[in-house]
Design a protein. Structure first.
Length: 285
């Protein structure tokens, strides 16, 4: 029998993040049929999966072209959430520049194209950065992420890292935000375009199921919420779920570090009503 909903995951977590199973359990209790489906499992007939909700596809960055083909394939056969256009746009962190161009406050970001060279010492000097972060444009969690400083040994190691990345992919540089160690990142969760709850994340968290990498429930300030809404207002397409990760700058103003629309942990267990909010949103689509 064709399920009502399929929650999409990866082979390393075939039964979903336990956090997402809270949503599945609510749907099942309400009489809907649900299943988990591994995105690159060749045996899955995506025309028979019901509404597909992308969740823990945590290896898509390792095979990005194949994942883009999967998006096209599935969205042509059933309803996919988030929308295919949002998923494609969010795969590459060039979206940060798109947000900045729309007057959304983001952490300053420099992009370096694959195949080109990038002199980190010069860039650090030009922008007045003492510490910075480098990461691939397509990536998640701490994949390819490296913090470095202007100290010779650190800079030399980072330059080698960047050179290696640029041989195969685009790279981004951002100033290191000290507030990630004090105030912490605020992960703002939005469901159906509305703010649901917030979580404090620590710096350089490893890839792990929700709640097992040092996260804790937190409050979001009015300014942080406003910034999240401003980012989501950039889209004409319905956003079923989003996580807006923000950090305070040196003037204590929130800036978006990342906006996640593909596979973010949503920390459903950390907010009493979040699972039902997600279920209600699914039943409205």
């Amino acid at each position: 029998m064709k399920p009502d909903f399929s929650f999409v995951t990866y082979s390393g977590l075939p039964q979903l993040d336990p956090d997402d199973r809270l949503i599945v359990d609510r749907l099942t209790e309400s009489g809907y049929t649900c299943q988990s489906a591994v995105w690159d499992d060749p045996s899955v007939d995506w025309s028979q999966t019901g509404i597909c909700v992308v969740r823990s596809t945590w290896d898509y960055h390792l095979q990005a072209p194949k994942f883009e083909q999967w998006i096209d394939h599935v969205s042509s056969r059933t309803r996919l959430f988030n929308d295919a256009s949002l998923l494609r746009w969010n795969m590459r962190k060039h979206y940060i520049q798109d947000l900045a161009n729309s007057d959304v406050a983001t952490v300053q970001t420099i992009f370096c194209k694959s195949g080109e060279t990038s002199d980190l010492a010069s860039l650090m000097q030009i922008h007045g950065w003492n510490d910075a972060i480098v990461k691939p444009v397509v990536g998640l969690a701490t994949y390819g992420v490296k913090r470095f400083s202007r100290q010779p040994d650190s800079l030399s190691s980072a330059q080698q890292h960047v050179n290696a990345l640029l041989r195969k992919c685009d790279v981004m540089l951002q100033p290191y935000m000290p507030s990630v160690e004090t105030y912490g990142e605020r992960a703002l969760v939005f469901i159906d375009g509305e703010f649901s709850h917030a979580v404090r994340k620590s710096a350089f968290q490893p890839l792990a199921v929700a709640g097992r990498a040092g996260e804790s429930a937190a409050e979001a300030t009015a300014e942080e919420r406003e910034l999240g809404y401003k980012a989501l207002a950039c889209f004409a397409t319905k956003v079923l779920y989003a996580r807006v990760d923000v950090v305070p700058d040196d003037e204590n103003l929130p800036r978006i570090l990342e906006l996640e629309l593909i596979e973010p942990s949503l920390f459903i267990a950390m907010a009493d009503a979040a699972a039902q909010r997600f279920v209600d949103a699914l039943l409205r689509i």
